[in-house]
Design a protein around this ligand. Structure first.
Ligand SMILES: *Cc1c(COP(=O)(O)O)cnc(C)c1O
Length: 414
């Protein structure tokens, strides 16, 4: 315990932190340590201002003229180009639209149609289940005998052979935060003629992503986690420019038409990424995403990753020093370089412990059956927050406060 970081030392780390300036740009409640930016990013103050302005000036005052005057119709493309810069994609390769689950449906549909002679889809079984559910529903409705070949982190590459149409994977795991080797897996898929589809929900805004450098084919991801876009904010969708002429998706609505305001009877897809759109977009949710994108661009993904790793390391060190025998087992990779933006621990009483911790103002979350997740989205966090979080957790364990029956009842959303 001799080298245990003191609270004052954590404050000194904040004083030397080049990203510390961003902390005051968030509208966080006093006294709360928010370690759940990996699930719902906190609100940038600028997003709240922008939302109020869009509601008043663009909706209330501008009315329908805002589709042109306020640039509403172009938002999916304009914001898509901004997300593109964070994930190593080019202009015109990304749009913002709908949700991640829907976008996954679109890109997997498009990929299967580009590989009509193949029937196997490789997925990581332990992935966030919506990805499995969407592909299961899609292949059921196609009725063409497609099969999912489930594998796990260490067996994924071996699961890729010449029968595989598409590899559908999430770069950073929602529960353990382990990061897959996007470059190696995509290269293996390419060598076997399969397409590589990446879900970036837990990577964009947290770790550097290079879609083009990896030669990825398609990607999706949400804006409400590390991008601070707000609850239910629109997701993004990437189609590599080389596929855009041929890639087609089945949700062919008027926003994906080549000339939406010609009101033609028959569908004709837009030339570029626009063919991935379907219908009218949630404009207020869209405008709310821009403030978060601004911040991440100003901070830089490299600096974000460096601070996130430093916060996570401080947390791990303090956990090891202060709660060595309390039953917490690290569920994330031991080497921080192999994990995304959060750190996970398993504990047999994880649920009531997390609930007691939240009641003490430290907000993380719990994933069944036993995983506590602590997110280190670094723009709104200080090193001293990490120190205080472990301090409060240690108090809850030492006083056995978590055994209070009030913390045993399971909430609808965990
Ligand atoms: C958060 C997350 C989603 C969310 O899907 P929605 O359609 O936005 O609810 C999907 N997949 C993964 C891997 C996620 O982490």
């Amino acid at each position: 315990m001799s080298d245990l970081v003191s609270r004052a030392a954590a404050q000194a780390m904040d004083a030397a932190d080049p990203l510390a300036v961003f902390v005051t740009e968030f509208a966080l409640p006093e006294g709360v340590v928010y370690l759940n930016g990996n699930s719902l990013g906190p609100a940038p103050k600028a997003a709240l201002t922008r939302l109020a302005q869009a509601a008043q000036e663009e909706w209330a005052d501008g009315l329908i003229t805002s589709w042109n005057k306020a640039g509403w119709f172009a938002l999916p493309y304009r914001l898509g180009d901004r997300v593109a810069r964070l994930i190593g994609a080019g202009p015109g390769e990304v749009v913002l639209t709908d949700g991640t689950s829907l976008n996954l449906f679109r890109v997997v549909s498009a990929a299967l149609a580009l590989r009509r002679d193949r029937r196997v889809i490789v997925m990581e079984g332990s992935n966030f289940p919506t990805n499995n559910y969407i592909v299961q529903g899609l292949i059921e409705s196609l009725g063409q005998g497609h099969q999912i070949r489930f594998a796990e982190k260490d067996t994924l590459e071996d699961a890729i052979d010449d029968d595989v149409a598409a590899v559908v994977l999430t770069q950073a795991h929602y529960k353990t935060a382990h990061v897959l080797d996007m470059a190696a897996i995509t290269a293996k898929a390419y060598a076997h003629g399969a397409l590589a589809i990446w879900d970036l929900c837990h990577s964009a805004g947290a770790i550097p992503v290079d879609l083009k450098g990896c030669h990825a084919d398609f990607a999706v991801g949400c804006t409400y986690k590390y991008l601070n876009g707000g609850p239910g904010g629109p997701a993004y969708l990437f189609v590599a420019s080389r596929h855009q002429g041929a890639a087609a998706q089945p949700l062919t609505g008027w926003w994906g038409h080549g000339a939406p305001f010609a009101f033609d009877r028959d569908f004709r897809p837009a030339e570029g990424i626009g063919r991935m759109l379907t219908g009218t977009q949630p404009i207020l949710s869209m405008v709310a995403t821009e403030a978060g994108l601004d911040m991440i661009e100003r901070a830089g993904t490299g600096a974000i990753r460096a601070k996130s790793l430093a916060l996570g390391k401080l947390f791990q060190d303090l956990m090891a020093a202060r709660l060595p025998d309390a039953g917490f087992a690290l569920a994330s990779p031991a080497d921080p370089a192999d994990r995304g933006g959060h750190v996970a621990y398993d504990h047999p009483s994880g649920y009531p412990i997390m609930k007691a911790l939240i009641a003490r103002g430290v907000i993380g979350d719990f994933r069944a059956p036993a995983t506590l997740r602590f997110g280190f989205a670094p723009l709104h966090l200080r090193f001293v927050d990490v120190w205080d979080a472990v301090d409060r957790l240690a108090q809850i364990i030492e006083t056995e406060l978590w055994r209070d029956p009030a913390y045993a009842a399971v909430d609808a959303v965990t």
